[in-house]
Design a protein around this ligand. Structure first.
Ligand SMILES: *[C@@H]1O[C@H](CO)[C@@H](O)[C@H](O)[C@H]1NC(C)=O
Ligand SMILES: *[C@@H]1O[C@H](CO)[C@@H](O)[C@H](O)[C@H]1NC(C)=O
Length: 340
């Protein structure tokens, strides 16, 4: 009898545990119970939609076209490179910028088959559907900077140039010296060591880990002040994002969790393996990093930049992770890419 009760109890417990780690299906935009579609969208090769937002001069008139990739927990409205510039600069430079909700964020359909490569192909297809021409620039911030590495690897022939703003580093990239990754890894708050460990080794647990309340989850997800520099905190205190509730409206599983699993998962390549995308020097690749960044270890970023001969590295003194929100710096970044 007792064994029977214990068995029933155990089965119940397992069922509960299974339910907890199993994410609910996404609330896809435009589906009967999902949020509405309000943005223009393109339809991709596999039927998915990407929602986008255009900035600057009309694309028919533009001299320079840029595809912008937003960061973690963000969306098409977080196009720092378009929204934090002195008035008139985009017109002066003849710039068109398109930002888009990366899969699963905002109003773009989730991509359960997403890889580093598929995101680069999404960028290419977006550019083609919008008729941006043979070549365009890509610029990405933070996790979006990590996606720029994917574009440099998989669609270099489509790029006029690329800018990586504090691109996120994957501690499991195989070319990084293990003494450096070990040091940087353990310099993080313990909760972030665990968040990355879960995303890398137990990806099927990521949803539960990022949504449970038993252990502290990722500092980035929880906006823990410990991971922001002085400058970051001052920027955050002034930041207004009225669209915040739309970012993860389709659910955490296919937005932030899918992103963490890919960003910190196993990659087929790392930045040091990428061939020079511009062997004939027709384009430039810039990497910007703050020396007071508490999210991305500057030591590792320097190592990457110093070991890629075709990267132009710019360190922003006194800056943390969020400097692309500072108008003068963003203006310098966009001019450095486009005016040469
Ligand atoms: C994911 O890939 C599988 C196998 O290739 C395919 O059957 C499925 O339709 C894909 N799902 C989506 C949403 O593209
Ligand atoms: C890692 O090892 C290299 C060479 O073995 C050394 O030059 C470097 O300073 C070390 N870095 C750290 C952070 O320990």
């Amino acid at each position: 009898m007792l064994i029977k009760i214990a068995a029933i109890f155990l089965v119940g417990l397992l069922a509960l545990a299974y339910q907890a780690i199993q994410p609910p299906p996404p609330r896809t935009c435009g589906s009967p119970h999902g949020p509405p579609v309000t943005a223009p969208r393109i339809k991709l090769r596999d039927g998915r939609h990407l929602a986008y937002k255009e900035h600057g001069v009309p694309r028919e008139l533009a001299k320079n076209k840029i595809v912008f990739l937003h960061g973690f927990g963000s969306c098409r409205h977080d196009a720092v490179i378009a929204t934090n510039l002195p008035k008139g600069l985009l017109e002066e430079l003849g710039v068109y910028i398109v930002s888009f909700d990366r899969p699963g964020y905002g109003e773009s359909d989730p991509d359960p088959n997403r890889t580093v490569k598929s995101l680069a192909l999404d960028v290419e297809e977006l550019a083609d559907k919008l008729e941006l021409g043979a070549k365009f620039y890509v610029m990405g911030f933070s996790m979006g900077g990590q996606a720029v590495w994917g574009c440099l690897k998989y669609i270099p022939h489509r790029l006029a140039g690329a800018t990586l703003m504090t691109p996120v580093i994957n501690y499991w990239w195989h070319n990084l010296p293990s003494n450096m990754t070990t040091k940087a890894y353990y310099d993080q708050p313990t909760q972030d060591q665990w968040a990355l460990r879960v995303a890398h080794y137990f990806p099927w647990l990521t949803y539960w880990w990022f949504t449970q309340n038993w252990f502290p989850s990722s500092s980035v997800v929880q906006r823990n002040p410990a991971i922001f520099s002085h400058q970051d905190l001052s920027i955050l205190s002034k930041l207004r994002r009225p669209y915040q509730s739309q970012v993860q409206q389709q659910g955490e599983a296919e937005s932030i969790c899918r992103e963490a699993r890919i960003g910190f998962g196993r990659w087929d390549f790392d930045p040091l393996d990428i061939d020079n995308p511009f062997p004939d020097n027709t384009g430039h690749v810039h990497l910007w990093q703050g020396d007071d960044d508490k999210i991305i270890p500057v030591m590792l970023q320097r190592y990457i930049a110093q070991n890629i001969p075709w990267i132009q590295y710019h360190e922003v003194p006194g800056s943390g992770h969020l400097f692309p929100h500072i108008e003068e710096i963003t203006a310098t970044i966009i001019k450095t890419q486009l005016v040469h």
